[in-house]
Design a protein around this ligand. Structure first.
Ligand SMILES: *Cc1c(COP(=O)(O)O)cnc(C)c1O
Length: 387
């Protein structure tokens, strides 16, 4: 009898991984100046939302990502919420978003009182499929003055949020063109994609506004944290205002001119972030090495493939992933790998399967439905692969 694909896939993963068990899906790597910088905060008393590390972190992030402005926030979801607000998303608007994403992308739309409109992804990027989306929008929307309206619901399609799945850069320019032709605001959820590039440009710089996450499972972590990125100075000012309870300078008095949010990243977290950014090139190189070893281990296997970076892109390989031909083999692989202490998992439940989003407008989501049954994420921490 021939070995099943699940068993062969587990052997291939084990051939790459070091022998210690358990192995987590993605662990933080804290081998740089994290202790030193955090201690500096504790020693100086600058532990909260004012302090030199926050400003330094923002400047270094902007420079690294090739954008003019970065505004640090308490987490990626808060950053996305602010991005939606400054993008002009209002109650009753619709926002195009992939059905294959983390729930935070979609929740940020809901926080504005807007309605997510789910769109399908393509195999090449695992992100929004521009060709299918353009055809679909031509069918279901109509231009009215300077906005695009959903014919069926009568609502304005205000914005589109693309997401760079597992760190693989999506079709930024094709999606930007789709938005531009329809006066739809283009936003990028680059939460998973720090260090990823398409045609040499860092992701998150094509949209009007974008966001990053520094959650504990991301490549760069501040414990919890996020950032809004934009090239627009007015938008940056407004984002900063909204994250700092809409405070206006008024001598020793507190003054606030609108409903703001307490979303600013504390200095102590930013201190970690500064140390993590110093380590980022080494982290990315280590992750690429791991991806190459997985790729080689899966090259000759039938029934399953390692998902590699899309053409013309450089992925950060945040979460490495396998694509099985047969969903039953994927399920079996998840079972036997986790039983052995190797943490693997399926992608997120697609958004339209969640009870609060089941009734939202959507296009046919055939590839999303197919991929979520066949993908498995495998251990992806930097330095799992020997150098
Ligand atoms: C991690 C992540 C976020 C933000 O998550 P936080 O935990 O709030 O920092 C948003 N979108 C996607 C796609 C993510 O993976």
């Amino acid at each position: 009898m021939t070995r099943d694909t699940a068993g062969a896939a587990l052997d291939a993963v084990e051939a790459v991984l070091p022998p210690q068990r358990p192995v987590a899906l993605h662990e933080p790597t804290l081998r740089g100046k994290e202790w030193e910088y955090v201690k500096e905060c504790l020693d100086s008393g600058w532990v909260s939302t004012v302090g030199s590390f926050v400003t330094r972190f923002e400047q270094e992030l902007a420079a690294y990502c090739g954008v003019r402005h970065a505004i640090a926030a308490v987490n990626g979801t808060a950053a996305l919420h602010v991005a939606m607000m400054v993008a002009g998303v209002r109650a009753g608007d619709e926002v195009i978003v992939p059905a294959l994403t983390f729930v935070g992308t979609v929740n940020a739309i809901s926080y504005c009182g807007a309605i997510p409109h789910f769109s399908d992804v393509d195999r090449e990027t695992l992100g929004l499929d521009p060709k299918g989306l353009a055809r679909y929008l031509d069918k279901v929307t109509i231009r009215q003055g300077d906005v695009t309206i959903n014919r069926e619901t009568g609502r304005i399609v205000r914005a589109l949020v693309m997401m760079h799945t597992f760190g693989h850069p999506g079709h930024t320019s094709a999606l930007a063109d789709i938005c531009k032709a329809r006066s739809i605001v283009f936003v990028e959820d680059a939460a998973e994609a720090i260090g990823s590039r398409r045609d040499g440009c860092h992701v998150g710089a094509s949209g009007l506004v974008s966001c990053l996450s520094f959650n504990g499972n991301k490549i760069v972590t501040t414990g919890g944290g996020g950032a809004v990125l934009t090239n627009d100075a007015d938008l940056a000012r407004r984002a900063r205002h909204l994250t700092t309870t809409a405070r206006v300078p008024a001598g020793w008095e507190f003054d606030h001119d609108e409903v703001g949010y307490n979303y600013r990243l504390p200095n102590i977290n930013a201190a970690m972030g500064c140390a993590q950014l110093e380590a980022l090139p080494a982290l990315l190189a280590a992750k690429r090495r791991l991806a190459e070893q997985y790729q080689a281990a899966f090259d000759t296997l039938a029934g399953v493939q390692f998902i590699s970076e899309p053409p013309d892109t450089e992925s950060n390989y945040w979460l490495c992933a396998l694509l099985f031909d047969d969903p039953a083999q994927r399920d079996r692989f998840l079972e036997i790998s986790n039983a052995k202490g190797i943490q693997t998992r399926p992608p997120w439940r697609p958004m339209h399967h969640l009870p609060m989003y089941a009734e939202c407008p959507r296009m046919p989501l055939n590839l999303t439905e197919d991929l979520v049954r066949r993908i498995a994420n495998i251990p992806s921490s930097p330095f799992l692969a020997p150098s």
